[in-house]
Design a protein around this ligand. Structure first.
Ligand SMILES: [Mg+2]
Length: 433
């Protein structure tokens, strides 16, 4: 271990390192290592039993090692003696191909080899609940249209400002925080960056929000639809592709100031949306957000069909300006690494096939969807999404066979586990048949 590394860690007051990897279901797994052990950890990695996480491994597999990417360490602002270090997982001296972070890197390398840097920002929404997760933490947050409610936002000032202060100290360039469209729901925004940095930050943001909520005696959740009649937790992605020279390639002479390339990206995102919904909307509960009936506030703010519009939030893709596109499909359960991989891969596929997105729809999809008869429907449930993912060619081409086999296997297992669960609804509707 270099003397310089130890000196820097000591100067920052770091005593421990969380060597972390994110599994296929987005769960962050870590070992907490003291500074004195970091020489070995940096060289050999932190050891894990892969089967114990959501990865396609058995108990008989050898040790898996998380190789810390120490240059990307984030010091915990609320516990500065700890540094969080994202890692890729290795086994038998090779990277595990179905590791989510490694999968994103492969997709980004494909983009780079075509001459594009993928830049993105995310908008993760979350609810603040009571510690048992059963109810909203703020009993006064009852307004029918609670979005941007200043009183409700300021009742959470201590938590929101602490998270924002943390992002300021990390130099993420946070720029706004608000109360969102559901009672108890918030969103915090920070600057965009390259897709791997955004994925690391998105992962850390979720850790940070949950940790600081706990510190305040609360519970934060990114669950897609934690409250049946309220707007769910989306996770919109703002995407742009840049040339190696650092020029945004989305700007151009086409409709709404976008380039031909941007429209190919939109075409690819539309044609592949159903195939990657398993990644953007990965859990059983996800489909209760994208296929939800009207909520208390009047809108779900989530798509249920595969369409695009201009600056219009009722479509799966929105064009908010001439420099980027917004993909509104994903929800809070999406694995931050796979989310970026899916959006990037679908866009690259659109560029490769010169996909034509057709004419944008300038209609209110919540009120006039009947007129968009040809618009493909998003999957109705997770099993639909698994089947669409398994049948599609694009994921195999961009994510690799090993990744696709692993994800489909684990998701089929999860669906089967869900089907073994008996609900009160089933009894109510079938007991007296
Ligand atoms: Mg929002």
């Amino acid at each position: 271990m270099s003397v310089e590394f130890v000196r820097q860690a000591q100067a920052k007051g770091i005593k421990y390192f969380l060597i972390s990897f994110t599994d296929l279901f987005g769960v962050v797994r870590s070992k907490l290592a003291p500074l004195s052990a970091m020489e070995d950890m940096i060289e050999e990695g932190a050891g894990f039993a892969g089967f114990a996480a959501h990865l396609d491994m058995t108990p008989a597999h050898p040790d898996m090692f998380a190789m810390p990417e120490i240059d990307r360490m984030i010091q915990l602002p609320w516990k500065p003696e700890v540094g969080w270090v994202p890692s890729d997982v290795h086994m038998d001296g090779k990277v595990v191909e179905h590791g989510p972070r490694a999968t994103l890197k492969r997709v980004l390398e494909t983009a780079e080899s075509s001459g594009y840097s993928v830049m993105s920002g995310v908008e993760p929404e979350f609810f603040v609940l009571s510690p048992d997760g059963e109810s909203l933490a703020d009993p006064s947050d009852i307004r029918g249209k609670p979005c941007y409610d200043q009183q409700a936002l300021m009742r959470r000032y201590d938590l929101i400002s602490e998270i924002c202060d943390a992002m300021l100290s990390l130099e993420w360039e946070p720029y706004q925080n608000d109360h969102e469209d559901a009672n108890g729901q918030f969103e915090m925004n920070w600057g965009f960056s390259d897709a791997l940095t955004t994925a690391d930050r998105h992962t850390f943001f979720k850790i940070m929000v949950k940790s600081l909520a706990e510190k305040h005696g609360l519970r934060a959740t990114f669950m897609p639809k934690p409250m049946p009649l309220l707007t769910g937790n989306g996770c919109h992605v703002h995407l742009s592709l840049w040339s190696r020279g650092g020029e945004n390639q989305m700007k151009g002479q086409g409709e709404l100031g976008l380039s031909e390339l941007a429209y190919h990206c939109i075409g690819g995102l539309l044609s592949n949306a159903r195939s990657v919904a398993l990644i953007t909307n990965p859990v059983v509960n996800s489909y209760k957000r994208i296929n939800a009936p009207r909520t208390h506030s009047g809108a779900t703010w989530s798509p249920n069909t595969v369409t695009y519009g201009g600056n219009n939030r009722t479509h799966m893709i929105r064009i908010p300006g001439d420099n980027r596109i917004e993909v509104r499909l994903a929800d809070g359960a999406a694995n931050p690494y796979l989310l970026q991989a899916a959006v990037a891969a679908a866009s690259l596929d659109g560029i490769k096939s010169k996909a034509d997105p057709g004419k944008r729809l300038d209609i209110d999809m919540y009120a006039e969807s009947a007129s968009a008869v040809d618009a493909p429907k998003l999957p109705l449930n997770m099993l639909d999404a698994i089947r669409l993912f398994e049948e599609a060619g694009m994921p195999r081409e961009y994510f690799g066979e090993e990744f696709c086999t692993a994800l489909a296997k684990l998701k089929n297992d999860e669906w089967n586990e869900y089907m073994r669960h008996f609900s009160a609804w089933e009894r109510e509707n079938a007991l007296d048949i």
